[in-house]
Design a protein around this ligand. Structure first.
Ligand SMILES: [Zn+2]
Length: 378
């Protein structure tokens, strides 16, 4: 079989920069056969002007919201943002076309694998093409206790539609602490063979306020939509501390974490489950105009991965653009660490590290060239 030999200014192998003088060797299918010293690589080495990097892993996306690009104003805060999304999610544009175009743009921006949130089967047809790897998180929500069994049953049916795609990985997960009743949390937490779990965590201050004192913007949000939150009881703590112990002995992706404190992080790390902290900085700036305190998570030794969120709350679906945004606001974080978050860490979060996120022999992670911009090589 013919070999593909690639040499860049440097190679990032999923963990670290290897320095110049190395050649990445793959077979025609893009399976890595090894990384060799330049003087042993032989002929036909293709020289590229940039850093070679494994394909990115986008651990948090909502492909089904792609038709809402530009439909929601920026910097309104989460409750107002959600109100606009819920009132406009079935509006005008062709959803299937937008989904296909968004997937194409992810491919071009170097993304090889995606953790994708779904409330409906809208993305089933696109995912059957298997152009990117997807883990589908079927998201369940319902504030009223009494509706929990029906909501859960509907989401199980959506889950089944994704599980019928050959080789497709999917789990059923809670949307957010403010949108899932205690009864629904119980049903979701007890679902067997359901890993990893994902949840939007502490994306706005109102969520912690709701859990601490049952006051604030979410009560107005419930009233606006006629949701019955009468049975919700304030925990007297931040949201994370109230719900996380329900998911013992699983793996959970905590997404956003914009209002997560050092005490919240300590609490989470003491729980008997594997926690992954997924940051979507562009969406946080779009919705709340604020970023999570990322140094807190680094100091605590947290597992960190990256996501793009949806085109309803972002201008593009690109892990590299998320990395650039973090660099702008936290210039002390080395590029090597940021690339790890966007490649091998994302793969571990989704449980696909044997194929994606690194240039290990036998893996098929895709190849991206990082120069002034991102170029997809394989
Ligand atoms: Zn999201």
């Amino acid at each position: 079989m013919k070999q593909i030999k690639l040499k860049g200014k440097d190679i990032f192998d999923g963990q670290r920069f290897l320095g110049p003088g190395h050649v990445l060797v793959l077979n025609e299918d893009g399976v890595v056969t090894g990384i060799v010293a330049e003087n042993t690589a032989g002929n036909d080495v293709r020289e590229l002007d940039g850093i070679l990097c494994p394909g990115f892993v986008n651990t948090h996306c909502h492909l089904e919201l792609s038709h809402m690009k530009g439909a929601v104003p920026e910097k309104t805060g989460l409750p107002a943002f959600l109100t606009r999304v819920m009132e406009n999610r079935n509006s005008g544009h062709d959803q299937a076309t937008a989904i296909a175009e968004a997937e194409q743009s992810m491919w071009e921006s170097g993304i090889a694998a995606v953790g994708d949130i779904c409330n409906s089967p809208a993305t089933v047809a696109q995912k059957r093409h298997q152009r990117l790897y997807y883990h589908t998180f079927v998201e369940c929500m319902g504030v009223a206790e009494v509706s929990a069994p029906a909501r859960y049953q509907y989401s199980l049916e959506v889950l089944q539609a994704f599980r019928e795609i050959p080789g497709h990985s999917a789990s059923i997960v809670p949307h957010a602490p403010y949108s899932v009743s205690s009864a629904l949390f119980g049903l979701l937490a007890q679902t067997p063979h359901n890993s990893p779990v994902s949840i939007h965590n502490q994306e706005c201050a109102a969520e912690n306020e709701l859990y601490n004192t049952k006051t604030g913007d979410f009560l107005r949000f419930y009233a606006h939509f006629g949701m019955d939150a009468g049975s919700f009881q304030a925990a007297g703590t931040n949201s994370l501390e109230a719900y996380l112990p329900r998911f013992a002995h699983n793996k959970i992706l905590l997404v956003h974490n914009t209002y997560t404190s050092a005490a919240d992080i300590r609490f989470a790390l003491q729980q008997p489950l594997e926690t992954w902290w997924c940051f979507c900085p562009q969406a946080n700036l779009y919705i709340e105009d604020r970023l999570p305190n990322i140094p807190l998570f680094r100091e605590a030794g947290c597992n960190i991965a990256l996501g793009t969120d949806s085109l309803a709350s972002n201008h593009q679906l690109s892990v590299w653009e998320e990395i650039k945004t973090i660099q702008t606001h936290y210039p002390d974080i080395p590029l090597e660490e940021l690339l790890r978050w966007g490649t091998s860490n994302g793969a571990k979060a989704l449980g696909i590290e044997s194929r994606y996120g690194s240039f290990g022999a036998g893996m098929q992670p895709g190849v991206v060239l990082i120069a002034n911009d991102i170029k997809r090589i394989i």
